[in-house]
Design a protein around this ligand. Structure first.
Ligand SMILES: NC(=O)c1ccc[n+]([C@@H]2O[C@H](COP(=O)([O-])OP(=O)(O)OC[C@H]3O[C@@H](n4cnc5c(N)ncnc54)[C@H](O)[C@@H]3O)[C@@H](O)[C@H]2O)c1
Length: 248
């Protein structure tokens, strides 16, 4: 089994309250890590933290709205006052809303605020501390929608393509400082975001996956844990977790 070296390390995971984020919190907790779990949905986030860590020692729920950069800064200050962050997983995202023809300026701005602007400013703050300490692992949750067109990808897919580019910029900047930065690009994962498209669309999309099913959140979380592991020579990479839906 892979020794991830995560025991006793501290991970900050965004979008932690449900779906893939909750699976990431569970996976890093199972590796023995301390987890700061950041989400807008305080009730679900607290419930997850209580269920995993009734003593409140290793999982700390943090409420913040990633659309608000002051809140993002404040949340990070609170987390670093608790423990130094060695792993950052930028997982939170707003889902694809509308087709190319339907997306409004407000929806465009919200997708970019959460999926890209918050990632940039949070990562820059966390990365500066990682660089100064000479160690860090950053994992950004992109999507196949950022690699190949999807009908609802106008804002979402463009933002995820930007996230893949942003990952490489941070990776290049931080490579000599012991900090790796990588992207995971899943296709469909069994989460509330995917269920929200409805059963017909879900069946149609599943039929396009060569492995004939969608991913479990745990399968994707395992790849994030691998990329966050202590001994890693991987940086600037995009890991496709898509059942063969895109081979490149
Ligand atoms: N579900 C999929 O099929 C799929 C496929 C490819 C990529 N992804 C990516 O995986 C990640 C997780 O997806 P998911 O399906 O678990 O999503 P989800 O919608 O189920 O969960 C997203 C979480 O982010 C939080 N969040 C949203 N806006 C926020 C804000 N402004 N401030 C703070 N928290 C906020 C939500 O409260 C929620 O807990 C996302 O980056 C998504 O783009 C998902």
């Amino acid at each position: 089994m892979l020794d991830t070296g995560l025991t006793g390390r501290t991970a900050l995971i965004t979008g932690s309250a449900q779906g893939l984020g909750a699976a990431l919190v569970r996976a890093f907790h199972a590796e023995g890590a301390y987890v700061a779990a950041l989400d807008l949905d305080d009730d679900a986030n607290r419930a997850l933290a209580r269920a995993l860590d009734p003593g409140g020692e290793r999982v700390r729920p943090v409420r913040a709205d990633l659309r608000d950069l002051d809140a993002v800064r404040g949340a990070y200050e609170a987390v670093r006052a608790w423990r130094p962050v060695e792993v950052l997983v930028n997982n939170a995202a707003r889902p694809p809303a509308k087709t190319l023809w339907e997306v409004t300026p407000e929806e465009w701005d919200e997708v970019f605020a959460v999926n890209l602007r918050a990632v940039f400013f949070l990562t820059r703050a966390v990365a500066a501390d990682m660089r100064d300490r000479g160690f860090g692992r950053i994992v950004n949750m992109a999507s196949i929608a950022g690699q190949t067109p999807r009908p609802t990808g106008a804002a979402y897919g463009t933002g995820k393509a930007g996230l893949i580019a942003l990952t490489r910029v941070f990776a290049a900047e931080l490579a000599a400082h012991g900090v790796t930065v990588n992207t995971v690009a899943p296709a469909m994962i069994d989460t509330p975001m995917v269920r929200s498209v409805g059963p017909d669309t879900l069946a149609e999309l599943t039929a396009q996956v060569p492995m004939g099913r969608i991913a479990t959140p745990e399968e994707v979380a395992r790849v994030a844990v691998f990329l966050a592991s202590q001994e890693s020579f991987v940086t600037g990479a995009t890991y496709d977790v898509n059942g063969g839906a895109l081979m490149r």
